[in-house]
Design a protein around this ligand. Structure first.
Ligand code: IDP
Ligand code: MG
Length: 149
C-alpha cells in the first residue's frame, strides 16, 4: 500500500492546528502508520530540503524548521501521495484553494504549515530519512471494507 511523509511544521504546532491537520487525513480515509513529536536537527533539516540547497530561501527554511517542534507522520492509502498534496494545497497559502490546509489556515509561503511528499519515490526517501522501520506500524483498520471495494 502507498505511503507518504507528512510533517506539521513549527507554525502549525505553535498555532494549535495539529488536531485540525490530522483530522483532515483521518476523515478522508487514510491510515496513520507513524507519528512522532520532535525537534528537527540541522542535519536532518538540510537532508530533507537538500533539493532546495541552492535556493535563496534555503538557510531561512532550515532555520525555521529547526526553530520549534514538528509532528512527523506517515500516512497510508491508495493514491495517498497525490491526494495528500491536494489536501495540503499549493505552496503559497495566499493562492492555495480554500478547503485545502494551506488555503484555509495560512497567509505566507514561508509559513505554510505543512510538508507533504511530492511523489511516490520522494515519499520513500523521506520516510526512510525520518523514521526507522520499527517506528512504523502496519495495521488493518476495521473500516477498510467500508473505504475500499
Ligand atoms: P512544497 O512544500 O509545496 O513542496 P517546495 O517548492 O518544495 O514546496 O518548497 C519547500 C518549502 O520551502 C515550502 O513548503 C516553503 O516552506 C519553502 N519555500 C518555497 N518557496 C519559498 C519562497 O519563495 N520563500 C520562502 N520559503 C519558500
Ligand atoms: Mg516540495
Amino acid at each position: 500500500m502507498e505511503r507518504t511523509f507528512i510533517a506539521i511544521k513549527p507554525d502549525g504546532v505553535q498555532r494549535g492546528l495539529v488536531g485540525d491537520v490530522i483530522k483532515r487525513f483521518e476523515t478522508k480515509g487514510f491510515t496513520l502508520v507513524g507519528m512522532k513529536f520532535m525537534n528537527v536537527s540541522k542535519e536532518l533539516a538540510e537532508k530533507h530540503y537538500d533539493v532546495h540547497k541552492e535556493r535563496p530561501f534555503f538557510s531561512g527554511l532550515v532555520e525555521f524548521i529547526t526553530s520549534s517542534p514538528v509532528v512527523a507522520m506517515v500516512w497510508e492509502g491508495e493514491g495517498v501521495v497525490a491526494s495528500a498534496r491536494k489536501i495540503i494545497g499549493a505552496t503559497n497559502p495566499l493562492t492555495a484553494e480554500l478547503g485545502t490546509i494551506r488555503g484555509d489556515f495560512g497567509v505566507s509561503i514561508g509559513r505554510n504549515l505543512i510538508h507533504g511528499s511530492d511523489a511516490i519515490e520522494t515519499a520513500k526517501t523521506e520516510i526512510a530519512l525520518w523514521f526507522t522501520p520499527e517506528e512504523l506500524v502496519t495495521w488493518q483498520p476495521v473500516v477498510n471494507p467500508w473505504l475500499y471495494e
